[in-house]
Write a protein that binds this ligand. Structure first.
Ligand code: ZN
Length: 233
């Protein structure tokens, strides 16, 4: 969950992650009323993909996968807020791909009626995940693996996905460009989110690109230097 205060458009420039290699497909686009950044990461050669945070606009995501000729292998959820997980079951039904979510967010998943009320939208149908996302777990595609980093604070089950070979972090709602995730919703903890970011995310190399759950991309280095929420320690 995130309430946008700025025009949350600026994932431009992330289009294809050009230059990494020729067979990687990388598309990020905001979905739903809260404009959650949804990502399709595909391997053209293997004709496989993962989708991260399909919060809404599932027909569009599914159409894109079909256009690209990619079989969906995993649906990865950074945390169980409605704007990130709301479309996951629909996408699973269309593709057969399993949903992965950290088990500490199961209580939030069960609060979907209440979450829908916060946003003022209809309650999406959800189901328990097919598997967990635990710290250190390897997920993603054979060619583009990611390591799960458990970063509680925004929610207790919040995770980031670190694609080390690509120098890329998918940050969910833990770290934003110039900001951090809100902690005033159930399961939020303001000291814990700072600790998660300081101890786990700022441990990554400065050149690591960061794609937050909303709004523009950034890097670990520029957040280390300029993020006002991370200066006090
Ligand atoms: Zn959230």
């Amino acid at each position: 969950m995130w309430i946008p205060t700025l025009e949350s458009k600026a994932t431009q420039g992330w289009g294809t992650q050009a230059g990494y290699n020729d067979t990687m497909i990388f598309e990020t686009f905001p979905v739903g009323p809260l404009q959650c950044n949804c990502t399709i990461l595909g391997d053209e050669q293997a004709a496989e993909a993962i989708v991260i945070d399909p919060g809404d606009e599932i027909a569009r995501i599914h159409r894109r996968l079909t256009e690209l000729g990619l079989k969906l292998k995993q649906i990865l959820i950074t945390h169980a807020h409605i704007d990130h997980v709301g479309g996951a079951l629909k996408l699973k039904r269309l593709t057969g791909a399993p949903i992965l979510l950290n088990e500490n967010d199961l209580p939030l998943l069960k609060m979907m009626d209440e979450q829908a009320g916060w946003v003022g939208i209809a309650t999406p149908e959800t189901a328990p995940p097919d598997a967990g996302l635990t710290d250190g777990q390897r997920v993603g595609l054979e060619a583009y693996p990611a390591q799960v980093i458990h970063t509680p604070g925004h929610t207790q089950g919040s995770v980031c996905l670190h694609f080390a070979p690509m120098k890329l972090l998918i940050a969910g709602d833990t770290l934003f460009a110039g900001s951090i995730g809100r902690t005033d919703l159930p399961g939020g903890d303001s000291e814990q989110i700072i600790d998660s970011i300081q101890s786990r995310l700022l441990a990554l190399p400065d050149e690591t690109k960061v794609l937050p759950g909303h709004g523009p991309g950034t890097t670990i280095g520029s957040e280390r230097r300029g993020n006002p929420y991370l200066r006090t320690r």
